[in-house]
Design a protein around this ligand. Sequence first.
Ligand code: MG
Length: 214
Amino acid sequence: MIQRLLFDLDNTLYSARFGLEEKVAQRIIQYAAQYLRLSPEETAALRKKGETRYGTTLEWLIAEKGFADIEDYYRAVHPKNEADTLPPDPELRSFLEALPCPKAILTNSNREHADLVLGKLGLEGLFTHIFDIRWNGFKGKPRPEVFLRALDTLGTKPEDTLFVDDYPRYAEGFLAIGGKGVLLDEFDEHPDYPHPRIRKLEEVTRFLEWGASG
Ligand SMILES: [Mg+2]
């Protein structure tokens, strides 16, 4: 039985149609391109090569490109007005409040971004923990140790935890450690994904009875 819910933040607790994360991704590539003195296209191609080794572009820049100015990176990637288009979502708040188990967030972004987004959505105070990339030493999902560290802090086991993310690699990463990982595929972009998949966050209720045997 599911005892805990763990949610991704971006494009999971709000729709991808707001374009927020898309713009963040553009700023990340622009920033990395400037740092590497390459074109955005060259940078994106280079980043793609290291995609499976590093959960985030920041992690890749630190590990392979000698990058160190993390705070400057975050200032550029997450400007103060980045979430201004995000409307409050009182329906989602009611839905999350009614769920029968405690909820937490695991994001590959930073805490300031998470707090800003949750504030705009009106979802403050609903989550027992917000595990951000700084907390994880700038190592991101889908690394097993990132998931396991969060679960350890929550005092729960993978098989008792439902994790929802809009990235197939991250949902699969949670399955790989024996957890219940669900892909949120809002626009049906991954019809051949072989594991549990939902189109709307509200469908998580289907999985709350997911037993320990899977
Ligand atoms: Mg996401």
